[in-house]
Design a protein around this ligand. Sequence first.
Ligand code: CTP
Length: 401
Amino acid sequence: MVDKPRVVLGVSGGIAAYKACELLRRFTESGHDVRVVPTASALRFVGAATFSALSGNPVATDVWDSVHEVPHVRIGQHADLVVVAPATVDMLAKAAHGLADDLLTNTLLTARCPVVFAPAMHTEMWEHPATQENVATLRRRGAVVVEPAVGRLTGVDTGKGRLPDPGEIFEVCRRVLARGVQEPDLRGRHVVVSAGGTREPLDPVRFLGNRSSGKQGYALARTAAARGARVTLIEANTHLPDPAGVDVVRAGTAVQLREAVLKAAADADAVVMAAAVADFRPAAYATGKIKKKDGKEPEPIVLVRNPDILAEVSAERARAGQVIVGFAAETDDVLANGRAKLARKGCDLLVVNEVGERKTFGSEENEAVVLGADGSENPVPHGPKEALADIVWDLVVDRLG
Ligand code: CTP
């Protein structure tokens, strides 16, 4: 990889083109050399001067500009990453069919580096079989096409089709760049990741919860999307922004999380249980707030066992060859407890980390040992949660065969 990674930011003509400016700023501020290649329609939304000023590079839209430099060939050949954001329905169709009627489409055909598309369009257009087939074609060829976000669209309508948050698109690109020209090895795979911590309600205002931030699960979802997977992220009480290109399902309690995981696992190639699931829940839920009574001690809270989701998905294996990964947070005898837990849960891999007052929860970094049911042991040194996530996916890919 070169010192200053060369990024081509393709912008096609949709209202979300203005968000490309924010993405562009993220790239330039973090030391990337960005060449913006808008389509002619994109320039109806954002002027070339804006892209040129923010990137510090010339901006051209068609192959007849600066012909002596042959930019329609060079720009693609020299890029370390091409990202098209927003990618309109028309751009996806052109890219899928190899059309080349402007500088961006020419660049896509000459690029030999990883390519990321961040589509944005109305829900009906996204769901149209023509678009879905084009997306499938691009993914089959190795491009990373992030799923659009769900939310407010151009008019009063809402649905799937929004451009994901530019910060999240940037994260996908950063991961793809870090991996270089490697194949998106989770392409065509559906992976399910649970994240966060469940809350078990006692009464309308109180719950039993835990300190899981959800960051490790989100890192797993993000890295899987960057490696080409279709990702279902089932989150419990995280309050983190939705990662780009990931289908997010919300669950609050262990029982709700179980339902969501079992549903998503039905056609999944891998299930990673990074969520901290409460082992117990209050036996009774008080529909009114529990009040203190003068001169009386509180009633004890009676707890009952929650279902063990990891053990259940491991035992059932909704699909042959499905790979199941669990997490274990241990305070003592970390490895011995981890081995015993791996056997008890019946999963293929168990990521064991040591937790304590200041360790792991809420932090950006992690340190772990990944134990395999085959007896393997992979220590992961202290580092970003995304580095651990990538090692987990490497081990999953090995087992998917
Ligand atoms: N887990 C689960 N369902 C539960 C509890 C935990 O699926 N009801 C999953 C977690 O998502 C995690 C793994 O099991 O992947 C380990 O959870 P942990 O709470 O450490 O395991 P326990 O079986 O509760 O072991 P211990 O009581 O020894 O902590």
